[in-house]
Design a protein around this ligand. Structure first.
Ligand SMILES: C[S@@+](CC[C@H](N)C(=O)[O-])C[C@H]1O[C@@H](n2cnc3c(N)ncnc32)[C@H](O)[C@@H]1O
Length: 181
């Protein structure tokens, strides 16, 4: 479920803590995605303010962002000089190497999440979700095993669930591959 608004679950963190969280996640993304030689495009679904744009481009990826908040896509496009689309304008025939969902699935019901994970046929998928103590009720914090099940139900294979704990939150980092790979 979503309200069409941008969410930020780390809003209670200080600027220093936010920076530390971002750096922690950057390392996790590089670790999960960096080893894939020859993979060069990424779709960041539910990109928000595209805080990981730099990480992917530094790794050599062509980055496309998408979200349900159109105004944010315009701001991002101006700021980064890259393609940012409203999710409804996504051409689902475009297949990227990676589908990246960071703190996005937790705003969706299982049915919505499976819909997205089925429709967007990338070669690989990287999902990062977190658990913040005392976070808002509308956020569904799934366990790694539940995320794995969602990906499997959407047809992804070779799924590797992991958890990683920063100072502020516990993250689930799940990678899957397109079965046709
Ligand atoms: C917590 S923010 C995460 C933003 C970004 N991925 C990050 O890690 O900084 C969740 C984002 O998911 C977007 N979102 C929520 N429901 C969505 C949906 N059904 N389709 C696409 N984006 C959605 C929100 O607009 C928001 O930008």
């Amino acid at each position: 479920m979503n309200t069409g608004k941008a969410f930020s679950e780390d809003r209670d963190l200080s600027p220093e803590q936010r920076k530390a969280e971002r750096e922690f996640l950057e390392i996790e993304i590089e670790r999960a995605a960096g080893g894939a030689k020859g993979s060069k495009t990424v779709l960041d679904y539910g990109c928000g303010e595209a805080r990981f744009f730099d990480v992917w481009t530094r790794l050599g990826y062509l980055y496309v962002g998408a979200d349900i908040v159109p105004a944010m896509m315009d701001t991002n496009a101006e700021r980064y000089g890259a393609t940012f689309l409203h999710v409804e304008d996504l051409d689902e025939r475009i297949v990227t190497d990676w589908l990246f969902l960071s703190m996005t699935l937790q705003h969706m019901t299982d049915v919505e999440a499976i819909g997205v994970l089925t429709r967007i046929r990338s070669q690989k998928v990287l999902v990062i979700d977190n658990t913040v103590k005392g976070g808002p009720e509308y956020v569904q914090h799934r366990r790694a095993v539940q995320l794995t099940e969602l990906l499997a139900r959407a047809g992804w294979g070779d799924i590797t669930p992991e958890t990683a704990r920063s100072k502020a939150a516990q993250y689930k980092i799940v990678v899957g591959r397109n079965r046709g790979d």
